[in-house]
Design a protein around this ligand. Structure first.
Ligand SMILES: [Zn+2]
Length: 63
């Protein structure tokens, strides 16, 4: 089946065969990244990176 694609994390770019995580519009965020995002403070340097990755999805950049 072709649902592997849906478990390709858009944050860390890793394939998650167990599918643990959250699926959004046209992408997937693995459990690890989801937890990291939740823990990441707005003032953290990583935060803009997460937002950037998320925006790409919500803007429908998916080919
Ligand atoms: Zn991830």
């Amino acid at each position: 089946m072709d649902d592997n694609r849906e478990h390709h994390c858009i944050i860390c770019n890793q394939q998650k065969s167990d599918g643990q995580g959250i699926r959004i519009v046209s992408g997937f965020i693995c459990e690890t990244c989801e937890e990291e995002m939740v823990r990441t403070d707005v003032k953290d340097a990583k935060y803009p990176f997460f937002i950037h990755q998320m925006k790409q999805i919500f803007l429908g950049e998916n080919a």
